[in-house]
Design a protein around this ligand. Structure first.
Ligand SMILES: [Zn+2]
Length: 157
């Protein structure tokens, strides 16, 4: 049974929106497909955009469920940007080491994921929290930010 409180769990939606931003996705979109049906049959979906790739979670009974499912999908099997371990959700077994992509878009193989260890993530209220506490380790050497491109063409002399 679905209560209105579950249906409009703002925390889950806010946490997903926050996570989408932190993972570098372009936008989070939540919506539904069917009108004139009970709200839990409206076909709620949540969608985020990653460098042209679209990640969609569809057919959920409400916006919070859709947002939560999308957040879990973004997290599960990815790489924690802080400790560089594989992300697993604290209420799930870490069995699912799947081929996937790192949060920043690089390829992440099952072997690499297994070798990296596990960082347990969980949602606390309106924020997804990483499992690794303490000081943040320095970034891996090959991860570097692109310098911002200056306006206008760059020509010699
Ligand atoms: Zn971590």
């Amino acid at each position: 049974m679905l209560s209105h409180r579950d249906l409009f769990d703002g925390d889950a939606v806010r946490a997903a929106a926050d996570l989408v931003q932190r993972t570098g996705a372009r936008r989070l979109e939540i919506g539904y497909l069917h009108d004139n049906v009970p709200v839990e049959h409206a076909g709620w979906y949540a969608q985020a955009q990653y460098r042209g790739a679209r990640i969609t979670e569809s057919d959920h009974p409400g916006p919070a469920e859709a947002a939560e499912a999308l957040a879990r999908r973004l997290l599960q099997g990815g790489q924690c940007q802080h400790c560089h371990r594989t992300v697993a959700l604290s209420d799930q077994a870490p069995a699912a080491y799947v081929d996937g992509h790192l949060m920043e878009g690089r390829r992440w193989t099952a072997d690499q994921a297994r070798a990296a260890g596990t960082c347990w993530w969980r949602r606390i209220g309106d924020r997804w929290e990483r499992g690794c506490d303490g000081p943040i380790p320095p970034p891996a050497p090959r991860v570097q930010k692109k310098p911002k491109r200056k306006r206008g063409p760059r020509r010699g002399s």
